[in-house]
Design a protein around this ligand. Structure first.
Ligand SMILES: [Zn+2]
Length: 325
């Protein structure tokens, strides 16, 4: 595993924060276009500091992801109106301080300025006193955000009860991982396509229902239809592009000596009652088991009084080829 820890200096905290969100959103899309997936190949994290700096952490779990480390350092997101709008939605959801209105051109020119500065790698970075950076912390009101109506919505990835009751020790851990993979990638895709911001997610396991539930917000212009289409499209394309084989490979090579290269075993034990180690993953991560669990999954969306759902078995044409163990 490789970790990139990058820093950029900013003179406007809100706009630096906006740049951080736009950068990470688009980086995720770009990585997926390269056949890499959140949870399996990479994870990202960002923070903006009032002292005048943006930190970005990119963890690269698989060798394929680690190979493009240098390209990540120089990745340039597209700065346009939709990118700004979606970034603003995310920032407003984090409830950072309110600031004053500014038009898109002003925002864009500042973001371009940050774009043109390179990221510094903390591994080779010397030292800098950020109090020397003149800062504009409260000068800008991003009121387009606070003025716009947002809606609370829910996404649930549910395992049907018949599948859940069948061979629990393989079904439950596999559902945990599969739902986390879908969730981790869908939140990033939906953030760009639908203007979406995830507030919290939780894995629920009761005798009645097993689900991964995600609460999020969207702009009010948003429709459920887009969400369902985007989800359906992601599942179809990624399965066709070998996502299932990638999951099998990931689980077959789990090593708990390197925690980042394994699913969260404590979380799985806590939520499903199943303790599973590397050998267990090798036994259960077969194409047949994964196909069975995927086909028992439904993704349900709910915004206000509207609901819609996708049965994975209807959208997946599982192109799973048998793998060599
Ligand atoms: Zn943020």
């Amino acid at each position: 595993m490789k970790t990139l820890y990058l820093i950029k200096f900013i003179d406007h905290v809100q706009l630096g924060h906006l740049y951080e969100h736009i950068f990470l959103m688009q980086l995720g899309t770009w990585l997926r276009q390269k056949g890499l997936y959140a949870y399996l190949d990479f994870s990202t994290e960002g923070s903006t500091y009032y002292s005048g700096a943006v930190y970005v952490t990119v963890r690269l779990y698989s060798p394929e992801a680690a190979r493009i480390e240098d390209q990540i350092r120089t990745f340039i997101p597209k700065l346009d109106k939709p990118a700004i709008e979606n970034g603003l939605l995310q920032i407003s959801a984090e409830k950072v301080s309110k600031v004053s209105e500014q038009d898109d051109d002003v925002i864009l020119s500042k973001l371009s300025e940050y774009q043109s500065q390179p990221w510094h790698d903390m591994d080779s970075f010397p030292v800098r006193d950020t109090s020397q950076i003149p800062k504009n912390i409260v000068g800008l009101r991003l009121s387009k955000v606070s003025d716009r109506k947002v809606l609370y919505a829910h996404q649930q990835i549910i395992l049907d009860s018949t599948t859940a009751a069948d061979v629990r020790e393989s079904t439950l851990p596999l559902f945990y991982v599969l739902s986390k993979v879908l969730y981790a990638n869908l939140i990033e895709i939906l953030a760009i396509q639908c203007g979406y911001y995830s507030l919290k997610d939780s894995y629920n396991y009761t005798s009645k229902k097993i689900s991964e539930t995600n609460t999020y917000i969207v702009y009010d212009k948003h429709t459920l239809e887009t969400e369902v289409d985007v989800t359906r499209q992601f599942i179809q394309t990624s399965i066709l592009n070998g996502l299932t084989n990638k999951i099998i490979h990931f689980l077959q090579n789990v090593t708990l000596k390197t925690p980042a290269n394994s699913p969260d075993d404590g979380g799985i034990l806590d939520r499903t009652g199943i303790a599973i180690g590397s050998k267990g993953w090798q036994q259960i991560a077969t194409s047949e088991n994964i196909k069975r669990v995927l086909e028992g999954m439904t993704i349900e969306y709910k915004i206000g009084k509207y609901t819609d759902s996708i049965h994975l078995k209807d959208v997946i044409k599982l192109g799973i080829t048998s793998i060599e163990h």
